[in-house]
Write a protein that binds this ligand. Sequence first.
Ligand code: AMP
Ligand code: MG
Length: 420
Amino acid sequence: MIPLEEARAFVLSHCPPMGATELPPMLALGHVLAQGVTAHEPLPSFTNSAMDGYAIRAADTAHAPVRLQVVGALMAGDPPSTDAVQRGQALRIMTGAALPPGADSVCMIEDTHLEGDGTVVVERPVTYGANVREMGDDVLVGAELAPPGAEITPRHVALLVAAGVRSLRVFKRPRVGVLSTGDELVEGWGALAPGKIRNSNRPALLALVRQAGFEGVDLGTVGDDPDVIAEVLETAVGVCDAILTSRGVSVGDRDVVKAVLERLSNGAMRSMQVAIKPAKPFAFGVLSPRGIPTFGLPGNPASAMVAFELFARPGLLKMAGHTTVDRPLLRALARAPLARRSDGKVHFVWVVVRVNPEGVLELVPAGGQGAHQLRGMAASNALAVLPDGQGASAGEGVEVMLLEAAALTGGGDAPNIPTR
Ligand code: AMP
Ligand code: MG
């Protein structure tokens, strides 16, 4: 067995960032900036009103209530006023309209009332500069809008579009092929012939790829025939940037994927027994001729899922230019014991974490932990990381890898664990 960190280091060293491309901000969600972005326009681009109200001179209102003469009205989008607001005057102004010359402040509409004679009464003194959004108070020309390495969020999209940025230099994201192999696999909903099982890994891996932000390429399901597997993979290396296979990397009689991967990588494929549970058998290498990172995941559903989390997801994120490639690692208080035996492996245990009413992150095991078991896995929102040893007793702090961030929203009911 090799340590998890050694296996991960091997994988990550063969997943270099892909090339960069240009994208408009509105299409760049989730992409990583290959180059920082600098502002060429200030924000706001002109000084304007933050309120619906009246543009005034604050000094006029020092002894409010005071009556001012209304000299016009400006809506958002109107060309700026060329006439200055004089002493004793007020210009009706809506949020976002350019502040007229002469005015230094805006009195909000709620603090005024209109008289019938074309005057407005300002009911209380207005502070100098009140309700005015100064040109550049958010962004000055030359300011950094986003640093290299930033992952574009909807919040970046808002900023970049507002600042008139047309194009971003971002890393490309891998198209990820997913291939299932196994004579026992059946697709769809029909009755199962004896000895057959439904192929859950293919949709599950495609879902994981999509959740990580990447495009999945469904390479289908093939039996344990090395020639057919090789044929599919040879086609896949032409259209995919990375490939996931499931099953056939262990030591069984039908574990043929391993051999095929070795052949297609000119022997560079590494079959590993990683010191973890589940997901001990794992193969990784780059396929010729384009050097496509290829992850030979184990077949058991929980193993495939854990191997994706520990190897494939970080590798794919690295290819997409991310520098943070791991799920958040947090400490949670075990509410129930997480017992294990010492076996030289790190154990990954499906758990439900929540923030309890006291604000403490706590966990309970999510149920069945067998590599073939799916229900506890589905009920979980995190993986507890148990180093080699005897596990954790109730009340102990345990490291957890957070899979679903909603777990951190706190409060809520105690975790609801399925029972048989
Ligand atoms: P293997 O990793 O090839 O030894 O497979 C281990 C277990 O995973 C076997 O019980 C397989 O039937 C099961 N398995 C393999 N592929 C899939 C799949 N695509 N969906 C669900 N179970 C699978
Ligand atoms: Mg096996």
